[in-house]
Design a protein around this ligand. Structure first.
Ligand code: 4AD
Ligand code: MG
Length: 466
């Protein structure tokens, strides 16, 4: 008789009926009566719960039948076929012991489960059906990411987190310093003297691994990063985080078309993976959180199986202007595409993921390849219904003079980017890449509508409790 612990994921998979096993987990509920009680257990390894039937003959029956939700236990018993709904196996307990009790103050009571409330319980929320499902899907999509790029011959690059360059040139970096903030060393002209700081220069948390990925693509051919990135943009929205995870592939000898194809295939792969491996979890989330989009899963299947729409920025502006729709922000050529415009394109006009290319250069970062028209750059954003932009990418400017000129136009210091410029000096090649916001992709696939609910411990302006 083996009493080794069996996790529920394996228990429901294997044919263990008739065997006596040990399970460990957290109690979801107890239904108590005089002669018999039913304990519902989950251990986090799967969405499904195990029902444990407890006979009043157990010597600690009163204690077990009075357990509160959240109690951690170890249970030994025989697995039998179950007549009831749900899983077709249940346990007849021989012995149950409490590992860690809870009291009435346990914050995850059955009724108190709004997403807003659970955000304030980020240390415990993973014990709920909802967040268990979300974070198992998150794991699945991370593994599917490595699988996808590895299969295509990309090398995984760990880009640095602490950097001295603003990789987007947008000035949204969190500073990293060991200087005494109450007594900052100053240069003669009154500026802060960063030569006295830990790294001997001004440093920040990275906003992108792209510049380093470009270096590595120039040596390894094709690489991808998958790491945390940080932005101090002060946008308190349902899709902005101050710390988020980004996947950034970078490919040598490639142009915008190549990486648009790559991004499309990658997104389809993520969707396919979740549909195949997390169907039950996805169904649960859709049933509970997509009241307004009951066809979410059908939608994902159709996205997986069809081509994405592809238009230029100029065509997008044209569609917006001819739509007859009233927008709050201007839609003149040269204006940024605002969230309302992106939503119109994907949710009203195309009803599908849309790749928008060739934006005006003033809307985009310094490193993008300039088109011969002198006005636009070889950029792409991938927009999806419900979320907006999930991918931003471009072909990179591989011409040294043009890149130098662009830095000057934007009053950026050439010396700060000396090594990045050298990539264009020594064996420069056309190359391109993109960044996919991992949490944005998770929102899109799971149908969750707030980015704070798809990252374990969200960081947003004025919020870093956990
Ligand atoms: O469009 P972004 O700023 O592009 C870059 O960072 C490029 N360096 C990528 C590249 O070409 N290698 O960001 C890429 C994606 C966005 O499309 C969005 O999905 C996500 O990152 N993102 C955010 N996600 C959550 N919170 C934020 N504050 C985000 N900012 C960008
Ligand atoms: Mg972008």
């Amino acid at each position: 008789m083996s009493h080794e612990r069996v996790v529920l994921r394996e228990l429901f998979r294997g044919d263990l009926v008739g065997k006596t096993v040990t399970v460990k987990g957290w109690v979801r509920s107890v239904r108590k009566s005089k002669k018999i009680s039913f304990v519902v257990l989950n251990d986090g390894t799967t969405f499904d719960n195990l029902q444990i039937v407890v006979d009043a003959g157990l010597n600690n029956y009163e204690e077990i039948a009075s357990m509160l939700m959240g109690t951690s236990i170890s249970a030994v018993g025989k697995l039998v076929r179950s007549e009831g709904r749900g899983q077709n196996v249940e346990m007849q307990a021989d012995n149950i012991s409490i590992i860690g009790p809870v009291d009435m103050s346990y914050p995850l009571q059955k009724k108190a489960t709004s997403l807003e409330y659970l955000r304030e319980q980020a240390h415990l929320r993973v014990r709920t059906n909802t967040f268990g499902a979300i974070f198992r899907i998150r794991h699945g999509m991370a593994m599917a990411t490595h699988e996808f790029f590895n299969k295509r011959g990309f090398f995984y690059l760990n880009a640095p987190i602490i950097t001295a360059q603003d990789g987007e040139g947008a000035g949204e970096m969190f500073k990293v310093t060991m200087l005494n903030l109450n007594n900052l060393p100053q240069k003669e002209n009154g500026e802060i003297d960063y030569s006295k700081d830990y790294f001997g220069k001004e440093t920040s948390l990275t906003v992108t691994g792209q510049l380093e990925a470009e270096c590595f693509a120039m040596g390894l051919g094709a690489v991808y990063t998958f790491g945390p990135t940080f932005r101090s943009e002060n946008s308190n929205t349902a899709r902005h985080l101050s710390e988020f995870w980004m996947i950034e592939p970078e490919v040598a000898f490639a142009d915008l078309e190549d990486v648009a194809r790559l991004a499309t295939d990658y997104i389809k792969h993520l969707i396919g993976h979740v549909l195949e491996h997390h169907a039950g979890e996805l169904e649960f989330l859709v049933k509970n959180y997509c009241e307004d989009r009951p066809d979410h899963i059908e939608m994902l299947k159709s996205v997986r199986d069809r081509e994405f729409i592809k238009i230029t920025y100029t065509e997008a502006i044209d569609i917006l202007n001819k739509s007859g729709q009233k927008f709050s922000f201007p839609t003149d050529w040269g204006c940024e595409l605002q969230s309302e415009h992106e939503r119109f394109l994907t949710e009203k006009h195309f009803l599908a993921p849309t790749i928008v290319t060739d934006y005006p250069k003033k809307c985009k970062a310094f490193y993008m390849k300039q088109n011969p028209d002198g006005q636009t750059v070889r950029a792409m954003d991938i927009l999806v219904p419900g979320v907006g932009e999930i991918v931003g990418g471009s072909q990179r400017e591989d011409n040294l003079e043009k890149l130098q000129e662009r830095l000057r136009e934007l009053s950026m210091k050439e010396e700060d980017y000396w090594w990045y410029l050298e990539l264009r000096k020594y064996g420069s090649v056309p190359h391109a890449g993109f960044g996919l916001g991992f949490e944005r992709a998770l929102m899109y696939v799971t149908g969750m509508s707030n980015v704070r609910d798809v990252i374990p411990f969200p960081r947003t302006p004025k919020s870093a409790e956990f």
